[in-house]
Write a protein that binds this ligand. Structure first.
Ligand SMILES: [Ca+2]
Ligand SMILES: [Ca+2]
Ligand SMILES: [Ca+2]
Ligand SMILES: [Ca+2]
Length: 298
């Protein structure tokens, strides 16, 4: 009988302990210890708020109510809206004003913004690559010549410029110096490589004092590209078996010539100007600019 009574007491303890645990789980902060007192005679258990409150006929008990963590609960309600953001840049007056703005395409090409608004107010901004204008022809001209220096003539040059809008191949192109007396070629300097639009190439050559001529000649096509007759007319030059006039338009007056007393050169002015009229295109300048844009200094 005593054994059964103990068993019943244990059952009661278990039930009461379960009730206490539920109560503690509700009222006690998670992770704290629950304290109780068991009546040694009846097996009754009471929960006390802290350790040390049991009577003489009670046995102190303690246990922790915290079990393994359960699954996460459902999401909570939506929070309050955040504070208003700073004011935006007001430089864009309208969506339409974005049209034509500079942009970069997905492929990395520079382009301009195109704006499209549909009937349903759907706005589409597209960066359209800027298509480069088709390249024009290359145009090589004689641009500057220094053939006379104060005293002995040395260190002369002929400058060639590409005034076209695309690169020019110089292969097969030559600067040809022509004697004014008989129109015969007396020197030739072959060019090679490529000349970018707007670029210059300088040939070191000491051309004769005039009346003489200089020609820019395409030897492959047997074609005169540009010419200058200075200090007199070189009306007919013999180059590569053909004959070519070296006077463009109005002959350059003999007073417009390189100098034996003043340092300088004959230049196209403004730089690169070629109207095929020598008197209008060429001047004497006391500023020499081999390989660079011409500068007119009287
Ligand atoms: Ca001289
Ligand atoms: Ca000179
Ligand atoms: Ca010309
Ligand atoms: Ca120059």
């Amino acid at each position: 009988m005593k054994r059964e009574a103990l068993a019943a007491g244990s059952l009661m303890l278990a039930v009461l302990a379960g009730a206490a645990a539920i109560s503690a789980a509700t009222d006690t902060p998670a992770g704290t210890t629950i304290y109780g007192c068991e009546n040694v005679r009846h097996g009754l258990v009471r929960v006390i708020p802290a350790a040390g409150g049991c009577k003489r006929n009670e046995r102190a008990l303690q246990w922790n109510e915290r079990g393994p963590q359960g699954e996460a609960g459902p999401a909570g309600p939506k929070g309050d809206p955040g504070p208003a953001g700073p004011q935006g840049d007001a430089s864009v007056a309208s969506i339409g004003s974005l049209a034509g703005s500079a942009c970069t395409t997905f492929d990395g090409a520079s382009g301009k913004v195109a704006v499209d608004v549909t009937a349903t107010d759907l706005i589409t901004l597209t960066c359209e690559a800027t298509t480069a204008p088709p390249a024009g022809p290359s145009t090589l001209v004689l641009n500057e010549i220094d053939y006379d220096q104060p005293g002995a003539d040395t260190g002369g040059f002929v400058e060639v410029k590409n005034i076209g809008s695309s690169a020019a191949s110089l292969d097969g192109i030559a600067v040809v110096l022509v004697n004014g007396d008989d129109g015969a070629e007396y020197a030739r300097k072959a060019l090679t490589g490529t000349l970018a639009p707007g670029a210059y190439v300088t040939v070191d050559v000491d051309a004769q004092n005039g009346p003489d001529g200089v020609a820019l000649f395409d030897t492959a096509a047997a074609k005169l590209l540009d010419a200058l007759a200075y200090e007199g007319a070189t009306a007919s030059a013999t180059i590569g078996g053909g004959t070519y006039p070296l006077v463009e338009g109005t002959i350059l007056p003999a007073t417009v010539a390189d100098s034996n007393t003043e340092d300088g050169s004959l230049i196209r002015s403004p730089d690169g100007k070629d109207t095929n009229d020598a008197a209008a295109d060429w001047v004497f300048s006391t500023t020499k600019t081999p390989g660079a844009a011409n500068v007119f200094t009287p």
